[in-house]
Design a protein around this ligand. Structure first.
Ligand code: HEM
Ligand code: HEM
Length: 225
């Protein structure tokens, strides 16, 4: 019976140009989406500001009915939603880019292959390497979770865009919004864990990890020694 050996660790540190481009564009767009929600629901919160609009107009000698105030609030919030929708469409395009990249990448670089390699390495790791292999596998599982969350966000986001035009989608709008909403919290959780995790790893056990996601160079490869 052939003996099984753990696949090499280096395969997981090979960030292609396409991967790095996707990573940073995706991170910027996800952050942009979270910012639009921060403005919509907290900083501007136009609906809650209606009494303030009325007070400001009254101070200037005019009058603003609650209905007029709500109309103004609607204009402001629609402007923010327009940004959300266009950033969302860009995010959907990058999701497609990621999917095509997975199909075109050499087999060993695809996420599914890297996840399987990490699982196999964990199963076959010698006792001394067990903790490190478990750590790598856990990191990969968080990435798998993120890919699931972003897929849900893109699908539900597109459904919300078309909900007004397609009656069958319109009837699902409330549920779709709930799923979209809840997934946002899962994404926030992922970002906190991820950014904390990579900064920690870069400082304590994987020097240069973040700069490899910027430059793609692995300082541990023989070329750089
Ligand atoms: C919204 C923010 C972000 C999102 C959604 C995000 C998402 C991801 C995903 C999905 C991966 C896995 C790539 C893969 O192996 O298939 C990844 C890897 C990585 N990210 Fe981020 N990222 C974000 C922000 C950041 C930031 C701010 C940094 C740097 C401080 C960073 C540094 C890295 C590094 C170094 C890796 C490679 C880690 C490894 O090989 O295990 N990311 N990111
Ligand atoms: C990380 C990514 C995203 C986050 C955090 C996010 C978050 C949210 C939140 C919290 C809402 C409010 C839901 C409610 O009113 O209960 C919302 C609405 C919406 N989102 Fe997203 N979203 C993201 C991605 C997307 C994408 C990719 C698209 C489109 C492809 C999209 C399109 C929409 C639309 C059309 C609405 C409804 C706007 C309205 O009520 O007029 N979102 N989003």
């Amino acid at each position: 019976m052939p003996t099984q050996t753990a696949p090499p660790v280096t395969a997981t540190h090979d960030y292609s140009v396409a991967m790095r481009l996707w990573h940073w564009a995706n991170a910027a767009l996800v952050s942009g989406q979270l910012l639009t929600i921060l403005f919509q629901k907290v900083i501007v919160n136009a609906k809650q500001a209606v009494p303030e609009f009325q007070a400001a107009i009254t101070k200037g000698g005019g009058t603003l009915s609650a209905q007029q105030g709500r109309a103004v609030a609607h204009v402001i919030s629609e402007r923010i939603w327009t940004w959300h929708v266009w950033l969302g469409v860009a995010l959907a395009a990058f999701w497609l880019f990621w999917t095509v990249m997975q199909a075109l990448d050499p087999a060993g670089r695809r996420f599914g292959a890297r996840l399987r390699a990490a699982t196999q390495r964990y199963k076959l790791a010698a006792p001394a390497e067990h903790a490190a292999a478990r750590h790598v596998l856990l990191a990969k599982l968080t990435y798998a979770a993120f890919y699931l969350f972003i897929t849900i966000m893109v699908v539900t986001g597109l459904a919300l865009i078309f909900a007004d035009d397609l009656p069958w989608l319109g009837s699902l709008e409330h549920t779709v919004k709930e799923v979209h909403n809840v997934t946002m919290y899962l994404i926030i959780g992922y970002i906190v864990l991820h950014v904390g995790g990579v900064v920690w790893a870069d400082i304590y056990d994987d020097r240069g990890l973040i700069s490899r996601m910027v430059s793609g160079d692995d300082p541990r490869t023989p070329d750089h020694v």
